[in-house]
Design a protein around this ligand. Structure first.
Ligand code: ADP
Length: 398
C-alpha cells in the first residue's frame, strides 16, 4: 500500500486530480467529506458542537448550519481550536479505519486541503501538490463553482503560500493548461511513479540506481534534501538524532549523481534496527548492513552503518544510518562542510568524479566508479581534518 497526501490551494484542481486517480484505480480518502460526516445529523460530533457553541449553530431541521458556525469561529482562534479538537480526531479515526480496510496493494489518496498548513507532509511517503496561479484559481472558482469573488480571494489569502507548498511537494502538478492536459499528466504519474512505488513499498524493494552519470548542479537538490530529511526524521521518531543532507548534492554548484544522500544519526545501531520497519514504511527500504564503510582512512577501525534506499522511482535517495559521534558519521558531515567551504577541494573532487565517470559512466553498477574515487579520499580526508582543526570545526557548528 502507498499512501499519498494530495493537496493544493482552493481551486487549484485537487478534486479533478483525485477523480482521475480514482478512475485509474486509487482509493480516495477525502478529509472534507469525512469532516462533514463527523458532524452530520445524529452524530456525537454534532452533539459536542452544540454543547460547545450552543444550538444557534443548528438550522431548523436540527442539522449543522455551516454558515452560522463559520460566523462563530471566524476571527476567533480559540473557537477555531475548539472546533478542530472536535472534528480532527474524528476525521483521523475514520481515515485510519478506511485505510486499514483497504487492500494490501492499494494506492490510497488522502485529499487534505490543509496538509501543508497542518505540518502533515512528512507523514506521507509521497506528497502531490496541485498548482494553479491565484488569479486563475479565482477565475475558476467564480466561473465554475459560482463562488463570490471576495470569498475566493479571502480563502486563498488564508491558506499557505505557493512557496510553502512547493517545499512540501514531491510531485508538483502544474494545472495551468486544460483539464485534458492535467489528466494526461496524472495518467503518466500513475503509470510511471505511483504503481511501481506502491509495488516497491509493499515488497520492500529499493529502486536500483542507474549508471553513475554526473548531472549539472540543480537548485532543487537542497530543497529535496530538506523535504526528505523531514520525512526520515518523522519515521525515526524519538530514536532519530538528526537528519542531514550529505554527499555531493548537498554541496552547491557541484555536478553530482542525481542522488540525495541523507544521514540519519542514531544513539546506537540497535536503534537503527528498531526503526528499520518504520523507515521502510515511510518509503526507504533497507538495503544492507555495512560493516566497513567507504571512504575511510587506511588502517582505521570499521565504520558500520545501516543502508537504506528508496521505493520511489521518481527520486533517487541513499539513506545512511550511523551512530552519532562515530567516525563515519563525523566524516560525512566534515567532508560536506569542507567541500562547501573550500573551492579548490571542490574542483579537485570534481576532477576525480569526472575521471571516474569517463571510465565507468556506462557501468550499470556504480561500485567501480566508487573505487576510482577511493585513493583521492585517502589523501583528502587528512586535509579535511586539518581544515577542521584550524578553526575547531565540530559537526554541530555549521
Ligand atoms: P480544488 O479541489 O483544488 O478546490 P477543483 O478540482 O474543484 O479544485 O477545481 C476548481 C474548479 O476549476 C472546478 O470547477 C474544476 O472543474 C475547474 N478546473 C480544474 N482544472 C481546470 C483546468 N485545467 N482548466 C479549467 N478549469 C479547471
Amino acid at each position: 500500500m502507498l499512501r499519498i497526501g494530495l493537496t493544493g490551494g482552493i481551486g487549484s484542481g485537487k478534486t479533478t486530480v483525485a477523480r482521475r486517480l480514482v478512475e485509474r484505480g486509487a482509493l480516495l480518502v477525502d478529509s472534507d467529506v469525512l469532516a462533514r460526516e463527523a458532524v452530520a445529523l445524529g452524530t456525537d460530533g454534532l452533539t459536542e458542537i452544540v454543547d460547545t457553541f450552543g444550538d444557534g449553530v443548528l438550522d431548523a431541521d436540527g442539522a449543522l448550519d455551516r454558515a452560522a458556525l463559520a460566523g462563530v469561529v471566524f476571527g476567533d482562534a480559540e473557537a477555531r481550536g475548539k472546533l478542530n479538537a472536535i472534528v480532527h480526531p474524528r476525521v483521523r479515526r475514520r481515515s485510519d479505519e478506511l485505510i486499514a480496510a483497504a487492500p494490501a496493494d492499494a494506492v490510497v489518496v488522502q485529499d487534505v486541503p490543509l496538509l501543508v498548513e497542518g505540518g502533515m507532509a512528512p507523514y506521507f511517503p509521497l506528497v502531490v501538490v496541485v498548482h494553479a496561479d491565484a488569479e486563475e484559481r479565482v477565475r475558476r472558482l467564480v466561473e465554475q463553482r459560482g463562488m463570490p469573488e471576495t470569498d475566493a480571494r479571502a480563502r486563498i489569502a488564508a491558506q499557505a503560500g505557493d512557496g510553502a507548498r512547493r517545499a512540501a511537494a514531491d510531485v508538483w502538478l502544474d494545472n495551468a493548461g486544460s483539464p485534458g492536459d492535467l489528466e494526461a499528466t496524472v495518467d503518466e504519474l500513475w503509470e510511471r511513479r505511483l504503481v511501481p512505488f506502491e509495488a516497491n513499498l509493499r515488497e520492500r524493494r529499493a529502486v536500483k540506481g542507474g549508471p553513475p552519470r554526473l548531472a549539472d548542479p540543480n537548485t532543487q537538490w537542497s530543497a529535496d534534501g530538506v523535504r526528505l530529511a523531514a520525512r526520515v526524521a518523522a519515521a525515526a521518531g524519538f530514536r532519530g538524532r538528526g537528519v542531514e543532507h550529505i554527499g555531493s548534492t548537498s554541496v552547491p554548484d557541484l555536478p553530482a549523481k542525481d542522488v540525495i544522500d541523507l544521514q540519519l544519526g542514531v544513539e546506537s545501531l540497535a536503534d537503527a534496527d528498531a526503526i528499520r520497519d518504520a523507515l521502510q514504511d515511510a518509503g526507504f527500504p533497507w538495503r544492507a548492513d555495512i560493516d566497513h564503510d567507504n571512504p575511510k582512512p587506511p588502517g582505521s577501525a570499521p565504520w558500520p552503518k545501516r543502508y537504506h534506499g528508496t521505493a520511489d522511482p521518481g527520486r533517487p535517495v541513499h539513506l545512511h544510518v550511523r551512530e552519532v559521534g562515530s567516525p563515519g558519521w563525523r566524516y560525512a558531515l566534515l567532508f560536506r562542510d569542507w567541500l562547501r567551504a573550500v573551492p579548490e577541494a571542490r574542483e579537485e573532487y570534481l576532477a576525480v568524479k569526472r575521471k571516474a565517470e569517463s571510465l565507468y559512466g556506462d557501468d550499470p553498477d556504480a561500485a567501480r566508479y566508487v573505487e576510482v574515487k577511493e585513493p583521492w579520499f585517502d589523501e583528502a580526508l587528512p586535509r579535511a581534518d586539518a581544515w577542521a582543526a584550524s578553526f575547531a570545526w565540530s559537526p554541530s557548528l555549521h
